[in-house]
Design a protein. Sequence first.
Length: 225
Amino acid sequence: MKNYGILLLVVIFSATLDIPGQSPEHAEEPVQLIRISTTLGDMVVKLYNETPIHRDNMIKLINEGFYKDQLFHRVIKDFMIQGGDPQSEGADPGVRLGNGGPGYTLPAEFNKNLFHKKGALAAARQGDQVNPEKESSGSQFYLVQGRVFTDEELEALKQRGMGEVTEEAAETYKRVGGTPHLDGSYTVFGEIIEGLDVLDRIAAVPTDRFNRPLTDVVYTITVVR
């Protein structure tokens, strides 16, 4: 049974979103925006041109109607909210979700300049034991809430083997927050540019022992442009 989960670090709170400029090599490409309309409000997400495989795959699935009336099936406050399981559509209460997908994976697109700050959109995947190439789920994704980190905490993560952290990333984790321990292990391919308050509302809902919200948080994703 596939389990498209991500590692858990129990954490606290964060602040506001920092939106970096488009990198020069992708500056002339049009920016793709998508809207995640949920029962608790809407979020607008910018997809990164630096991760074209993940960007194009999400747009393809949206245009096929894949992300319609699904659930955020895994919600962990101060960490992330996860969706993209087609089996969640119309799922009965209490059913454990998180094993569905489109039947394929995507190659990782790691980029040290695209990191797990608050509001980041990233791809879920199976664990390293069965997925040493760190290939992404073809559909499951998560949105980072995370928390603010101190210099000491970032240094401790580095000592435990966390990959390279750019100066921009370190400053963002200290000011805005995120989940730096996931960098270099999961592909980040977008970020929320509107609706961080919606992310916080969803992350705060009560959940069961499998982290599924007790009251379904339903969403549909559409292309803005």
